[in-house]
Design a protein around this ligand. Structure first.
Ligand SMILES: O=C(CO)[C@@H](O)[C@H](O)COP(=O)(O)O
Length: 231
C-alpha cells in the first residue's frame, strides 16, 4: 500500500458549538492533524449545520491547521468559492450533488483548495472512473451522512480495500479518508483496510473523561492503534 501520512481529523459536528474556538484549539493541542468541517443543508441531508462564516471565524481565531470541508450540500458549485475564501484547505463533495463532477473538481482546484469526492455507503466506486487522477482525496462514508454518533457500516472495509487498490494503481498521492463510526477500538482494522485519513466526531468530543482531562488520551490511542498497523 502506498499510504499517505496518518491524519486524525476530529469532526467538529460533535464539538460544543458554544465554545468552538476553544474546542478546536484543544483537539489540535492534543495532536489532531486536521479540523473536519461538516456542512449540511437540510436538503441533501436532513440536518443543518455551519457555513463559510464559521470557517472564517476559526481562521480569525488563529486556527492554522488544515480545515477539511465536507459539503453535504446540493447544489454544490455556488458555495465552493465562499469556502475557499473563508480558509478551507480541502473541499469534498458528493457526486449526487453535482451535475458535472469533473467541472466541480476543477472549480475547487481553481480556487486553490484540494479536491475530494465523497462516496456514500451505497455509492458505487465506479464513480471514481475518469476523475480519480484529478482528486487529492477520496472520502468514503461509513455511515449515511447527516448525523454524528452512528455505527460504522462493516461493508465500508471491503470498499476501502477496493479504493485503496485503485489509488495505489494510479501512482498518485491521493488520500483515502474514512468518516463515520470511527472509534479507538475499530480504527486499527480500518487502517489495515487502507485508510490513511480518519474522521472521528463523537469518539473524540464525547470521549469519557475528555471534559476534565482533555482530548490527549483519545487522540493518542487512535494514533497508536494506526501506528501499530502501519509498522
Ligand atoms: O459527515 C459526518 C456525518 O454526516 C461525520 O463527519 C460525522 O460527524 C462523524 O461522526 P461520528 O460518526 O464520528 O460520531
Amino acid at each position: 500500500m502506498s499510504l499517505q501520512s496518518t491524519v486524525i481529523a476530529p469532526s467538529i459536528l460533535s464539538a460544543n458549538f458554544a465554545k468552538l474556538g476553544e474546542e478546536v484549539d484543544n483537539v489540535l493541542k492534543a495532536g489532531a492533524d486536521w479540523v473536519h468541517f461538516d456542512v449540511m443543508d437540510n436538503h441533501y441531508v436532513p440536518n443543518l449545520t455551519i457555513g463559510p462564516l464559521v470557517c472564517e471565524a476559526l481562521r480569525k481565531h488563529g486556527v492554522t491547521a488544515p480545515i477539511d470541508v465536507h459539503l453535504m450540500v446540493d447544489p454544490v458549485d455556488r458555495i465552493v468559492p465562499d469556502f475557499a475564501k473563508a480558509g478551507a484547505s480541502t473541499i469534498s463533495f458528493h457526486p449526487e450533488a453535482s451535475l458535472h463532477v469533473h467541472r466541480t473538481i476543477q472549480l475547487i482546484k481553481s480556487h486553490g483548495c484540494g479536491a475530494g469526492l465523497v462516496l456514500n455507503p451505497a455509492t458505487p466506486i465506479e464513480v471514481l472512473d475518469w476523475v480519480l487522477e484529478d482528486l487529492d482525496l477520496v472520502l468514503l462514508m461509513s455511515v449515511n451522512p447527516g448525523f454524528g454518533g452512528q455505527s460504522f457500516i462493516p461493508s465500508a472495509l471491503d470498499k476501502l480495500r477496493r479504493v485503496r487498490e485503485r489509488i495505489d494503481n494510479s501512482g498518485r498521492a491521493i488520500r483515502l479518508e474514512i468518516d463515520g463510526g470511527v472509534k479507538a477500538d475499530n480504527i486499527a482494522e480500518i487502517a489495515a483496510a487502507g485508510a490513511d485519513t480518519f474522521v472521528a466526531g463523537s469518539a473524540i468530543f464525547n470521549a469519557p473523561g475528555a471534559d476534565q482531562h482533555g482530548y490527549d488520551e483519545i487522540v493518542r490511542r487512535m494514533k497508536d492503534a494506526v501506528a501499530a498497523v502501519r509498522k
